[in-house]
Design a protein around this ligand. Structure first.
Ligand SMILES: Nc1nc2c(c(=O)[nH]1)N[C@H]1C(S)=C(S)[C@@H](COP(=O)(O)OP(=O)(O)OC[C@H]3O[C@@H](n4cnc5c(N)ncnc54)[C@H](O)[C@@H]3O)O[C@H]1N2
Ligand code: MOO
Ligand SMILES: [Mg+2]
Length: 425
């Protein structure tokens, strides 16, 4: 290939919109494989099938109080101020089932969480009763009329048999884990975490444990990406960074594509002399999905399919790398996990300060979220250039600034993409 045609390939890129780029990627995402994990390992895993209730819950009529199980109708006499006395026929601790039947005129001592005895339909709490012993029998006295069913949790109060408990794609948190335990799901069908290879390209990159050298920087993108991948539900595999040499990149990508589900690289996607990833995705056996997106940062974000697997070649500039991962890699991982919301959630909030930068591409501006007078505001970071690394950590969301000719004014409504770790202060 002569120099002229190579350069033309590099420079003439057709920019596509972010949503078009996302849908091109979505067309190549394959659902992840399944595995089973123990319940203790299920936290933040994604459920791989719908689960329905094998029985109602609660499964038996349950006392909500420590007290006496009675027939509610026995207390009708109390409406005229009369005290009634019921003979106590049993004592039912939690976990025991009484073999006595509570008929009219009878009661059974019962504890919170115990199954109601046959016949009883109401529980009166201990504090509303008094006791009397007579002829070796215990009697319980009460003065207030009780509604039938009071302090009794009926069968299926929470969930009916056959009802959908949890749907496929649910990210399991404490409440879901409690449901699984309740229904005896001790081996949980989840999606295997997508295995994502991450490596950076750049002859300027030092390992994080190396001392600084003139003109060089430490490789931060790889570790940031690994953290983003983990947050999105994937399992990152950090591969060694490579120098800006096309052959090295080609070999590294090949190996990674063969061994992992997704490959993410950072750096070398622009038009510089050493921007090797830009060249790599134009090779014959690579199905390039796009190499320019109408967004900032990250306009040179590139995606391709090799041997049926997705390669994301993200920009080396930390800001662009971060945004590219959130917009494209995260949804890919989430779709493999059948997540119901693979894309970052969108909120409409108010802009906390004027934003004056204008651009013909959509901007994704890292910002913090704050509440002022009960209203949520997004405050753009002071320094949000693509090359700036240090303000990424302060971001709760990305303000989506459409291409404008004028800037945006403080107080205007804006759309934001809320980052997973984003918090409102
Ligand atoms: N003539 C043009 N130059 C540039 C253009 C352009 O359109 N025409 N686009 C600019 C934009 S926008 C961006 S973004 C960058 C994209 O650059 P690359 O993706 O090719 O990335 P590199 O050149 O490899 O590095 C850019 C920058 O990021 C630093 N970097 C790289 N890797 C890491 C890492 N792992 N950890 C931390 N920092 C990293 C690198 O040292 C550079 O400073 O191109 C512009 N130029
Ligand atoms: O790709 Mo650059 O990040 O647009 O600024
Ligand atoms: Mg470059």
């Amino acid at each position: 290939m002569n120099q002229t045609s190579l350069d033309l390939g590099k420079f003439q890129r057709k920019a596509i919109q972010v949503d078009e780029a996302q849908s091109r990627i979505a067309g190549h995402v394959k659902q992840g494989e399944r595995e089973e994990v123990g319940l203790e390992q299920a936290h933040e895993r994604y459920l791989a099938m719908d689960l329905t209730a094998p029985h109602p819950y609660p499964r038996f009529r349950r006392s909500g109080m420590d007290g006496y199980a009675i027939l509610g109708s026995d207390t009708d006499a109390c409406s005229s101020g009369q005290e009634i006395w019921l003979r106590v026929v049993d004592e039912i601790p939690c976990g025991s089932v009484s073999d006595k039947r509570v008929e009219t005129g009878l009661a059974a001592r019962i504890m919170t969480g115990a199954q109601l005895p046959e016949g009883a339909d109401t529980v009166v709490m201990l504090e509303a009763t008094q006791l009397r012993e007579e002829d070796g029998q215990t009697y319980v006295g009460l003065k207030k009329r009780m509604e039938i069913g009071k302090n009794v949790t009926p069968i299926g109060h929470e969930i009916q048999e056959g009802q959908l408990l949890l749907s496929k794609g649910t990210c399991l948190g404490p409440g879901h884990i409690s449901v699984l335990a309740t229904f005896g799901v001790h081996r949980v069908p989840v999606y295997r975490k997508p295995r994502v290879a991450v490596f950076s390209t750049g002859s300027e990159l030092l390992a994080v444990d190396e001392p600084l050298q003139p003109g060089k920087i430490r490789n931060s993108n790889t570790y940031m990406l690994a953290s983003q991948i983990r947050e999105a539900g994937g399992e990152p595999f950090i591969l060694q960074a490579i120098h800006d040499e096309l052959d090295l990149a080609r070999a590294a990508v090949r190996e990674a594509i063969a061994a992992y589900d997704i490959v993410v690289t950072s750096g070398g996607v622009s038009v510089g002399d050493y921007d090797i990833m830009g060249d790599l995705v134009r090779q014959e056996d690579v199905d390039m999905l796009f190499n320019k997106v109408t967004m900032r940062p990250g306009s040179v974000t590139t995606a391709a399919v090799i041997d049926g697997k997705l390669l994301f070649a993200l920009s080396g500039n930390p800001g662009a790398c971060f945004v590219g991962c959130e917009l494209f890699v995260r949804p890919t991982i989430q779709m493999m996990l059948s997540s119901e919301q693979p894309y970052l959630p969108t909120w409409t909030v108010r802009l906390g300060a004027d934003y004056t930068k204008v651009n013909n591409f959509t901007r994704f501006v890292r910002s913090s979220l704050e509440i002022r007078d009960g209203q949520v505001y997004a405050i753009p970071a002071q320094a949000d250039e693509s090359s700036v690394m240090v303000t990424i950590k302060d971001s709760d969301c990305l303000i989506v600034v459409p291409p404008t000719t004028e800037g945006l004014r403080a107080g205007e409504e804006v759309r934001v993409l809320v980052l997973q770790g984003g918090q409102i202060t």
